[in-house]
Design a protein around this ligand. Structure first.
Ligand code: PLP
Length: 448
């Protein structure tokens, strides 16, 4: 018999938080001093103890249209009452087809097909699998190497973890995938510190791909995956010309290029997709987060016609790609996404982000000179503020900043290591940008 009797908890206060093992969270610290959220509307969160926090993180790079959008929750409720679930294998729902067409319409021409999943992690793994399968059916099965980038983040699946380059996310998980290599990160503080927008320095970091081609042979490499702006590592914009150069080199060697736009998709950099901002056409784009404004889990991969069409051969009763998820194109997620895209279009939120970019950059850059601020980077409606690590450990100052923000300054921000990341909903007003910067200044001084 399993012992189900009440047991003493190892967590001292309050013990009813014990059962939930929280993701990517310092669990013991959280449970001693919880940051509990109970509601959200527009630019604000409401805490469980009734305080109102300005959201400088769009939740977690998700709620680009702000919180509590009735149009989205109504669409979800209506869909739940009409069609709670439908199997996505061998059956379809009209909303999934409509949504795929609308996302493809927003994407650069040529990226005309969408494969749905439920998260950014699944989107990364899906794109990597499509790349491998594409080369297989194209008679180039020797192309099995996958290349990511140091400091890259592509979620937590085995594929995404393997191509990811944030050391702490990889090193306790064994050997991951074989045949993976990494490009260098695009960041050099000495040459790039306090840059607004794309740094002038660093296009040459793309040339490292030629070295990997020399090392492994082009005919062993399936794909390169990069974020146009590396978000989770602390907001690193691509240097000027870097992505173009990466495209040229991949194209020259028959290597597929995947942009992970889980953060940059849906307006974060002032365009539907960052590929448009940079005038670079990748072979696949992964997306998630903003596609439903965070209101329902959804991810997906935009795929080039040539890749999609290569699969559309063989007997017509046969499955062309043996991949998918029980909840691919879930009705509630489709409903949420369609309503979200309506809001983005009707309120011109991508254009709004574009128009606000330089004001946001100027405002955040005014924090230069505050205690321990060693770099500030801005791109689109996003900023990373690097604080010098405190003497008692890397990440402690950033963590103290997260707590100071939440408990003492009524602002929600993201802290990754000692970097504070700001990425507000695209509905943010100029006054609210001022309020955010003011509060972040207080946080920085509090942990100085
Ligand atoms: C670029 C990128 N790819 C993938 C992911 C993983 O997404 P998810 O947490 O939805 O699996 C994230 C999450 O932050 C991300 O920023």
């Amino acid at each position: 018999m399993l012992d189900k009797s009440p047991r003493p908890t190892g967590v001292n206060v309050p013990n009813d938080l014990a059962a939930h093992w929280m993701p990517f969270t310092a669990n013991r610290a959280f449970k001693k001093n919880p940051r509990l959220l109970a509601g959200a509307k527009d630019m604000h969160y409401f805490t469980a103890d009734g305080r109102k926090l300005i959201d400088a993180a769009a939740g977690m790079w998700c709620t680009n249209a702000g919180h509590g959008r009735a149009q989205i929750s109504d669409a979800i409720a209506k869909m739940a009452a009409t069609l709670d679930y439908a199997p996505p294998f061998q059956f379809g729902i009209p909303q999934a087809f409509e949504l795929a067409s609308r996302i493809a319409e927003l994407a650069p021409k040529g990226l005309d097909h969408v494969f749905f999943c439920n998260s950014g992690s699944e989107a990364a793994d899906t794109a990597l699998k499509i790349a491998l399968a594409y080369h297989q059916i194209n008679g180039q099965g020797g192309r099995s190497r996958l290349i990511g980038r140091v400091r890259g983040y592509h979620g937590v699946g085995f594929g995404g973890t393997a191509v990811g380059g944030i050391v702490g996310n990889r090193k306790i998980f064994g050997s991951l995938l074989a045949g993976v290599d990494h490009l260098p990160a695009t960041y050099d503080r000495e040459k790039q510190a306090f840059t607004k927008g794309e740094p002038e320095y660093g296009a040459h970091f793309a040339d490292a791909l030629e070295d990997l081609v020399n090392l492994h042979g082009a005919n062993t490499i399936a794909a390169v995956i990069v974020e146009p702006m590396a978000g989770s590592t602390g907001v690193l914009a691509a240097p000027k010309g870097y992505l173009k150069r990466l495209r040229e080199i991949t194209q020259k060697h028959g290597i597929l290029l995947i942009f992970d736009e889980v953060i940059t998709g849906f307006g974060r950099l002032g365009f539907a997709f960052a590929a448009e901002r940079y005038g670079v056409l990748p072979d696949m784009i992964t997306f998630a987060k903003g596609v439903t404004n965070g209101a329902a889990p959804m991810g997906g991969v935009l795929v080039r016609d040539t890749i999609h069409d290569a699969f559309m051969t063989g007997p017509e009763h046969m499955v062309e790609l043996t991949h998918g998820y029980t909840y691919s194109a879930h009705p509630l997620a489709c409903a949420a996404a369609l309503a979200t895209l309506d809001i983005y279009r009707d309120e011109k939120l991508f254009e709004r982000a574009n128009a606000l970019e330089s004001k946001f950059a100027d405002a955040v850059m005014s924090l230069k000179g505050q205690p321990n601020v060693v770099d500030i980077r801005t791109i689109g409606l996003t900023a990373g503020i690097d604080l010098a690590p405190s003497a008692d450990g890397v990440g402690k100052r950033g963590f103290a900043g997260l707590n100071s923000a939440f408990h003492d300054n009524d602002i929600m921000l993201r802290a990754v290591g000692d970097t504070l990341a700001l990425t507000p909903p695209l509905i943010v007003t100029e006054d609210q940008i001022g309020e955010i910067v003011d509060k972040v200044g207080k946080v920085i001084r509090a942990v100085g």
